[in-house]
Write a protein that binds this ligand. Structure first.
Ligand code: ATP
Ligand code: MG
Length: 559
């Protein structure tokens, strides 16, 4: 499948077009979302593709809201889409709305009626479906197909004026009921919908169908390369037919395969169900494949762009391993995220030979990948928190952490040896007692001891208590949309775990600002974490963005 994963086929088409002198004013692309939901990673691929092609060839890329369906579209979605596109790092040349063209589209429709190329049909949708025929048999003409031009003009005007209820009539293109492509068997151009539109209000009660809006909008904007996903391939002849009959600017449609990702679903309709039925906390739940969910989870826009670039586009449907996206996120965070210490499953460690009441400040580097980011001071005293899993009562061989008699280095601090431990009546270890080696301080160690393990820790007296959320795949199976039955049956019941963690005090001023890079950290040995949008100085909350290593088997691209 690798050869399918490049942007090349579109780049080649554009190069050929430009070489032939077809577009002296440069190329123009557009990203055309319908504002009926939040953007997901599939949209990010389309955004990246359209904007980067325009950039590469010195053209323009517009943002166009395809808002022709008043019942599902909302201003909230428009705002979130603009915000997401900008956050991903793209700036559109122009912002358009298909609804701005409603008058023009209506005039186009009247023009086609006048030329005998469109008619008003009173058939019900069931009747029209029955007339349609199939791939094996031609369709049959509607009894209303031969209405006169005058009658059609009058009826279409009455439709516009609100004389008829929803569904009573439609406007259809008069093409060919025996056309081998079913989409050209007199497709519906306009339907009646008495619904309030998020921008045009109640001005209209007839709305154009996708096929009679998209290509015309492209044409009005002089889009040269109109890139869409594969399911529209059969619409292309219709796209061309309308443009040709109207004699308007010849935009051209090109198709690429949708971006699918393992362990999630990628359709706004399905994502909306997850939101509405409470399976997630909202469109920006950090488990969602939405741009807003990924942002909240701590993904960097650079990493998402890199993923889109590297996974490219295909001509055949494929599903990309989410591990590739996570690997890109991890690579970027490794470079940029300051290192901090946080204990997610705390066990008390008491240093019996360190003076009680004494605190010293240890200087620990912020990011070994970027020494220029300097270091921070971390308090250390006789009572610390360590991870419960870093102690074992009866450790096996090669356990290079703590157990009776075992030694480890505390990161950036001293070497300690475990002398003893305390249990509660239920048998749970509640505290371990260690001695420290005073001359083993990191940076000036003269102890000559070289324990194999280094563990992270947090000073108990100055620890910040915080809620930390750990995430797993939202679904249990690779491609839930492909399974039998309801996709929601495949939700992973353990996709979120919340723990109370102890953080080092340097994290006290961590705020949720996704633009300057300070909201994301590496918690040593535990992964990358981002401050949650709901975090407050008094009740801090972090999301695990991604683990330090890929704990899932990684495969390339699956067909
Ligand atoms: P969904 O099925 O998720 O609702 P859609 O295609 O209806 O998606 P639109 O808002 O109409 O969503 O899409 C805007 C643009 O993004 C279109 O050009 C569409 O082809 C593209 N797009 C949508 N989903 C994907 C995807 N999974 N991969 C690549 N491009 C996509
Ligand atoms: Mg759509």
């Amino acid at each position: 499948m690798t050869e399918e994963r490049s942007n090349n086929f579109l780049e080649e088409i554009i190069e050929t077009d430009l070489a032939a002198g077809k577009y002296p004013d440069g190329i123009q692309t557009r990203f055309p979302p319908e504002p009926n939901g939040y953007l997901h990673i599939g949209h990010a691929s389309s955004i990246h593709l359209n904007f980067s092609l325009a950039q590469k060839f010195g053209g323009k890329c517009n943002l166009r809201f395809d808002d022709t369906n008043p019942s599902t579209e909302e201003t909230e979605y428009v705002d979130s889409i603009e915000n997401d596109v900008r956050w991903l790092g793209y700036q559109w040349d122009n912002k358009f709305f298909a609804s701005d063209y409603f008058s023009q589209l209506h005039a186009f429709a009247v023009h086609l009626i006048e030329r005998g190329l469109a008619y008003v049909d009173d058939s019900t949708s069931e009747e029209m479906a029955a007339q349609k025929g199939s791939t094996h048999e031609p369709g049959v003409n509607s009894p209303y197909r031969d209405r006169s031009i005058d009658e059609n003009l009058r009826l279409f005007e009455e439709m516009r004026q609100g004389v008829y209820p929803d569904g009573a009539k439609v406007l259809r293109a008069k093409i060919d009921m025996a056309h081998p492509n079913l989409l050209l068997r007199d497709p519906v151009m306009y339907r009646i919908k008495h619904a309030h539109h998020h921008r045009t209000g109640d001005t209209w009660c007839i709305y154009p169908m996708y096929d009679f809006a998209h290509g015309q909008s492209d044409s009005l904007e002089h889009v040269t390369h109109s890139i869409c996903t594969l399911e529209f391939i059969h619409h292309r002849p219709l796209y061309d037919w309308f443009i040709e009959q109207l004699g308007i600017y010849p935009s051209h449609q090109y198709e690429f395969a949708r971006r699918n990702l393992t362990y999630t679903v990628m359709s706004k309709r399905k994502l909306l169900q997850l939101v509405n039925e409470g399976h997630v906390s909202g469109w920006d739940d950090p488990r969602m494949p939405t741009v807003s969910g990924m942002r909240r989870r701590g993904y960097l826009p650079e990493a998402i762009r890199q993923f889109c670039e590297e996974s490219g586009i295909g001509k055949r449907d494929n599903i990309v391993d989410v591990g590739r996206l996570e690997a890109a996120v991890r690579d970027h965070l490794n470079q940029t995220a300051p290192r901090r210490m946080a204990v997610l499953d705390p066990l008390k460690l008491v240093i019996t030979n360190y003076p009680a009441g004494q605190t010293e400040l240890l200087s620990i580097e912020n990011n070994p990948e970027r020494p220029e980011t300097g270091s921070r001071e971390v308090p250390f005293s006789n009572e610390l928190w360590i991870e419960r899993e870093d102690f074992m009562e009866t450790p096996p061989k090669k356990f290079f952490r703590l157990g009776p008699g075992l030694m480890v280095r505390l990161k950036g601090a001293y070497i300690v040896r475990c002398e003893d431990f305390v249990k509660d009546p239920s048998g749970q270890v509640t505290e371990i007692h260690c001695t420290y080696i005073p001359e083993s301080k990191s940076g000036s160690d003269t102890s000559g001891l070289q324990p194999k393990g280094t563990i992270h820790w947090v000073n108990a007296a100055t620890a910040i208590e915080a809620e930390v959320r750990l995430y797993d795949r939202l679904f249990r199976v690779e491609n839930p949309a492909d399974e039998s039955g309801d996709f929601k049956e495949y939700l992973n019941p353990d996709s979120i775990e919340s723990v109370t963690a102890y953080l080092e005090p340097a994290l006290a001023d961590a705020t949720c600002d996704y633009t300057d890079g300070i909201a994301r950290y590496q918690f040593l040995r535990k992964g990358y974490f981002a401050v949650d949008t709901d975090s407050t100085p008094d009740a801090m909350r972090f999301n695990r963005t991604v683990g330090l290593k890929d704990s899932w088997a990684r495969t390339a691209v699956k067909s």
